[in-house]
Design a protein around this ligand. Structure first.
Ligand code: G1P
Length: 333
């Protein structure tokens, strides 16, 4: 099995951070968003992963090749934002063998799904779906018994609240690529983009059988608020009991869960709960709650709650809620 991870989205709702860092490299808990996704894919024994990259794609390539040398990674550029269907289509040439199954996982959210069951799909394709309150912003699935009878991208009047969350398993990807190719050739678009959902609907019409893949949780990373709530959720799942050697920090009280990189330096501060401090960050004299301090950032004599401090940004003497973009410097007083 191989995987395609589309990561080309610009991340407009996460500006200013995404001016200089691709969305999928924003940190949540102990690693960037895409790192969490790669872990899940690799845990299934998948080594061949194609990343579809766009905005700042070289940074994604650098991160993946440095941090995951065991992955046989390939990178394909999507030069224009023509849609998710187009992005996935660009991964077609790396398909070595028509019968090799394909997993597609979107790079911008963290999905907890029953990936162990993929191998038992018995010839049907699987689409990860979760019940949501606002299906209109998703691809929406309609069912006929256990099989998917129809899929519609962002319908105005959704018939169900079963939302496609961004994980797809194809037993025979050649049918997917053929359908995408036809849609691209004919300019079949929804919301002005070549959609993966439209191709899936085309495949259903050709008789491809699709069922639901069980999804336990979908953690959105699309806005500063959801990035913080995803950070909170991952810290609560995995870092409640994280222990720090007493000698590591000088005069620091920690309220779990927190995740502090081994290369971060923290002193004279109250940290937590729900705080991530990334590599090479420096924090002193501060009280920090529900906040992500990104790589190389500095926070001195500040009180921060519900905040995100960008890579290498500097905050001094503040008591505010802040979204501080990369390389900024904020000084109060
Ligand atoms: C994409 C897909 C949509 C899916 C969603 C999940 O939409 O087109 O079918 O429900 O991801 O996040 P986007 O969020 O990129 O507009």
């Amino acid at each position: 099995m191989r995987a395609i991870i589309p990561t080309a989205g610009v991340g407009k709702r996460l500006q200013p951070f995404t001016h200089t860092v691709p969305k999928v490299l924003l940190q949540v808990a102990d690693r960037p968003i895409v790192g969490h996704i790669i872990e899940k894919v690799v845990a299934q024994g998948i080594r061949d992963i194609t990343f579809i990259v766009g905005h700042l794609g070289d940074r994604i390539q650098r991160y993946v090749t440095r941090r995951y040398p065991q992955v046989n990674a390939s990178f394909v550029e999507q030069a224009e934002p023509l849609g998710l269907g187009h992005a996935v289509y660009l991964g077609r040439d790396l398909q070595r063998d028509e019968s090799e199954p394909l997993l597609v996982i979107l790079g911008d959210s963290i999905i907890d799904a029953d990936l162990e069951t993929l191998a038992q799909s018995e010839g049907t394709d699987l689409i990860g779906v979760l019940e949501v309150d606002n299906p209109r912003r998703f691809g929406v699935v309609e069912l006929d018994g256990e099989f998917i009878s129809r899929m519609v991208e962002k319908p105005e009047h959704p018939k169900t609240n079963l939302a496609v969350v961004g994980i797809y398993y194809f037993n025979h990807p050649s049918i997917l690529f053929e359908t995408l190719e036809a849609n691209i050739a004919q300019g079949i678009k929804t919301c002005d983009e070549i959609q993966l959902t439209d191709a899936l609907q085309g495949m259903i019409e050709k008789g491809v059988r699709m069922r639901l893949l069980k999804v336990h949780s979908w953690l959105d990373c699309g806005t500063p608020e959801t990035l913080l709530s995803t950070n909170h959720e991952l810290l609560r799942r995995r870092f409640m009991d994280a222990a720090f050697p007493a000698a590591r920090f000088e005069n620091v009280a920690i309220t779990p869960p927190v995740c502090i990189s081994e290369t971060a330096r923290v002193k004279d501060s109250l940290i937590g709960p729900d705080v991530t401090i990334a590599g090479d960050a420096v924090v002193s004299g501060s009280i920090i709650r529900n906040t992500i301090v990104n790589e190389g950032a500095q926070v001195h004599n500040a009180r921060l709650t519900d905040s995100i401090v960008g890579n290498h940004a500097v905050v001094r003497e503040s008591a505010l809620r802040l979204y501080v973009g990369d390389n900024s410097e904020i000084v109060f007083g």
